[in-house]
Design a protein around this ligand. Sequence first.
Ligand code: SAH
Ligand code: SF4
Ligand code: F3S
Length: 447
Amino acid sequence: MTLVANTKHFSPHTYYIHTFGCQMNVNDSEHIAEILHQAGLRPANSPEKSDLIIINTCAVREKSEEKLFSFLGRLKTYKKKKNIRIGVTGCVAQLRREEIFRKAPHVDFVVGPDNYYRLQELVFSGNKEVATAWHTDWRELPTPLKRTSPISAYVTIMEGCNNFCTYCVVPFTRGREKYRPLNLILDEIKKLADSGYQEIHLLGQNVNSYQDPESGQDLVDLLERVNQIEGLQWIRFITSHPRNFHRRLAEAMAHLEKVCHQLHLPVQAGSNKILTLMKRQYTREEYLEKIALVRELVPDVSLSTDIIVGFPGEEEEDFEQTLDILRKVQFDNIFSFRYSPRPRTAAARLPDSVPLEVKRERLVRLQNWQRNIQLAKHKALCGRVMKVLCTGRSKKDPSQFSGRNEAYQVINFASPRDVFGQFVQVKIIDYGPYSLKGELVESGEKS
Ligand code: SAH
Ligand code: SF4
Ligand code: F3S
């Protein structure tokens, strides 16, 4: 929809994309960059050096949305001085649409995730426009030639979600589930493997419900095909919904040699009362059964989860049930959040009953609890030698390299030679709650 037609012709030459949010947004930004590249634009490494600025946004919590508006605030004076175009893409674009222009009149166009195929036209049109129409079919975007990492790639296999958990805005920002054709996924991964990628992450809000639109083949069928691609070493998939996590997938994890023994299985809460209010469609007992199942078939599996504290109606005893899940499962990692009411969701109609200080206090207690679990787990790894994919340098200490093991744990390590992009053997010599520290072990060297 065109809001204001602008006849003033302006063609940007350079672009800068700022990305907030999840891995899917990171992957979307790579597609956006490819579309702009094909339109003749070149990347700039800061907003000041570019004449097109795109902000790819996340709406999952109120704080995520605020990040867009504080970023836009910083661009306001800048736009007065220089002729630039500003585009807002991603989940806030889809959720807030025209509202973004009211709050930030210096924005030129707003594009939701279903409409990136129209980006070229919006960039060059000179109009103020909103593109947020829903499409039920899969629209393939150009494969990004340049990605954030030259060794580990995100590959989207499905988009949207049909689950409507009562706290979650994603079904309103990404729409209903849409599946990418299997042959297109395989083509992309083959190209990635041929150009030296070692690891791929299959992405979707609910990857367990993947179905090839043509043949109906599912995630396990897809994993079997990806497992055959030469050159690739590690395959991961995210996110799984506990309700759709079945024995067949756990078996595939056990027997497909490239599929990492790592699973992210968001539990969100430990009490059945809260799980029902969240409409998660499983009980704590069923969740624990799935964990037992995956551990039975993949004994060394590394497990992580997402937790929300302070959901409406959560009382101390409900929260203790969440702590109890942590105690029982002994996750390798958790991502935890304070509940944040989101527009259009069912839970937003419930009174946000847990006071902010209680939410804060529960989050701290939860994180401390998990911190101790991770410290104990990491301690037990000291002295072990493990395979690590080196993904870069340590942020804190650039003299150290950084990488991940199969369990997806962060390992910072010393190496006398540059091992970026390589699989190496690393001996663990120290640890913290959130990462491990090690040193390179050369092949043939005794550990
Ligand atoms: N599709 C994934 C992830 C969705 S968003 C899944 O189903 O698990 C990532 C995480 O953000 C969620 O798992 C949840 O823990 C958190 N989250 C989502 N909505 C939230 C809200 N309104 N307040 C706080 N955390 C939220
Ligand atoms: Fe949101 Fe639930 Fe769908 Fe995950 S499964 S994206 S939490 S609605
Ligand atoms: Fe955020 Fe959208 Fe991802 S809301 S978490 S960017 S799907």
